[in-house]
Design a protein around this ligand. Sequence first.
Ligand code: NAD
Length: 262
Amino acid sequence: PKPLATRIAFVTGAASGIGKAIAERLAAEGACVVVADLDAEKAQAVASEIGSTDVAVGLAANVADEAAVQAALNEAVLAFGGVDIVVNNAGLSLSKTLFETTEADWDLQHDVMAKGSFLVSKNAARILVDQKLGGDVIYISSKNSVFAGPNNIAYSATKADQAHQVRLLAAELGEHGIKVNGINPDGVVRGSGIFASGWGANRAKTYGIEEQDLGKFYAQRTLLKREVLPENIANVAFSLCTADFSHTTGLHVPVDAGVAQA
Ligand code: NAD
C-alpha cells in the first residue's frame, strides 16, 4: 500500500469518540484526514485541533443522505486530491427493547448505520477504484454484530448488516486492491457520545450499577480486566492500513479486551 504519510482518510462520525481517535491516530501517522460528521461545528473543531487545513478538514456529512455523502467526498477530493482510506464509523444507539422499538426507531438505526455505511462505501469506492491505487475501507461494527444482548435489537441488526457489507465489499473490491475489514469494539464508555446520550444510563440500570461505574464494570467483565478506550480501536484501525496487513481482507477484529469470550 501507499505509505500512510501520503494517504488521505475519510472518517465518518469523527467529531466524537472512536471516530475522533481514529482521525487523530491516522493524522499522527502522517495521513491527511477528513473529519466528517453530522455535527459540522464539532467536526471543524476536531479538525483544527488535529492541525491546519493542509492536514485536516472538518465537514458536515449526514451519511444517511446520498447527496450529502457525495458533496462531502467531493470536498475531500478538492481539499486533498483523493481518498485512500474510508472509515465507516458514524453511528448512534437508541438502546430499546423489542417492544419499545418503533418503526421510526428501526428506520433511523438502519438509515445511519446500514444504509449510511453502504452509501459512503459505494461513493468512496468509485473514487478509490478510479485512482487505481488500492486502499482500505474499515467498518466500525460491534461485538453486537455477532453476540446478542438486551435492549438493542435495531442497533444490533444494523451492526450485523455492516458485518456482511464487509464480506460483500471485500469480495467485490478485492480485484482493485482495496481491502475491506471490520472492527468489533465493545464497552468503550469514556469519550463515547453513545454512552453519554442515554445508552450508558440504560446499561447501568440493566446491570443495577451507577452510570459512572460502567467503565470499571465492563473492564471487570473482560478476560483481560481492562477498560477499552477509543485509542485501542484507533490503534487497530491504523494497523489494518499498514503493509503488515497487506494480505488481510474480509476480517473482523474484536477489540473488546476479551469480553466476547467471557
Ligand atoms: P459517539 O457518539 O461518540 O460518536 C458517533 C459520532 O457519529 C457522533 O459524532 C455523531 O455526531 C456521528 N453521527 C451520528 N449520526 C450520524 C450521521 N447520520 N451522519 C454522520 N455522522 C453521524 O459514539 P462512539 O462510541 O465513538 O461510536 C462510534 C461507532 O462505534 C458507532 O458506529 C458505534 O456503533 C460503534 N461502537 C461503539 C461501541 C462503544 O462501546 N462505544 C461499541 C461497539 C461499536
